[in-house]
Design a protein around this ligand. Sequence first.
Ligand code: SF4
Ligand code: SF4
Length: 359
Amino acid sequence: MGVKQKTKSLRARKSELSDTFFQLKVLQQTDKKPNEKKFPAFQHTLHQAGFDELKPETSDLFQLNIGKLCNQTCAHCHVDAGPDKKDEMMSREHLDICLDIIKKHNFTTVDITGGAPEMHKHFRWFVEECVKTGAKVMARCNLTIICANPKYSDIPEFYAKNKVQVVSSLPSFSEKRTDSQRGDGVFEDSIKALKMLNEVGYAREGSDLILDLVYNPTGAYLPGNQATLEREFKRKLKRKYDIDFNQLYCVTNQPISRFLDYLISTGNYESYMETLVNAFNPATVEGLMCLYTLSVSWDGYIYDCDFNQMLDLKMKSRSKHIENFDLELLNQRKIITGQHCYACTAGGGSTCGGEIVSD
Ligand code: SF4
Ligand code: SF4
């Protein structure tokens, strides 16, 4: 049936939130109204819980956002990706530099994301080169791209041939809920794509091809327990569609970008922040993904995580761009935190690989 756009990017809508400066103003409550609740600074909460500033433990995971071009415009997208983002794509020169870095520093995992990373013209070449380094290669595939155009229909075979770990979003096993967040037709095409991935061996018994799904709430609430949701997803998808997958990652929506716009426009911003702040769980801190990840943007800047990248919170390090990559310096940096970090520490916690602790 094809996918209908759910919305437009903040940039296409000329929303002031397309400027990260305005997002940070909201998060920091710079223009707080007299009746608005003041939330404690994340750094203060961290300190109260017995932690000083966050510092990296290791840098095992090299995450790259190779471009913001996407065939979808999901309502909650923290990247503000969409079909209009043709200009925000990583250059071939920067992909080459990233490859050199991955080889030189033996990163164990390379996590390639977007937008829809498959739409990048050098995507397949880059994946093959990453695989040659011996690192585990993960690709964040929105599923519908596989059905969007015949030129992407062999993506399942390509992934299988290169043993890429596929990580795909599916916010619900209900068509209505999925389409309400991601656009009409998304559920139907996602099911087709999941079947195609299963057919080439992904997640089938005895196969080493890994297909993980990502669940995130369709509204202003925290995700439920990951293990319980995984069991429910597995049962429903198997029974109704004969679909298998490996793990379900539960991810908390970050109050940034298009989800921030959704929260403000539906009057849910304050209550959502209150939920996040009240659910602060100190047990999550040691598992935060910024402690072991480097996140590179399409234009080559290095960030503590994907969310700091989307808020353009640049590191205070001489090595803040891949052209000056210095792992030793990066490992000495202080991680930049802000109010959005409450989304990572709420309840069971949240990373790009799901919850941190079972709550
Ligand atoms: S959430 Fe993923 S699939 Fe949806 S618009 Fe953003 S990048 Fe594209
Ligand atoms: S948003 Fe999360 S991962 Fe990023 S710096 Fe804050 S706590 Fe760390």
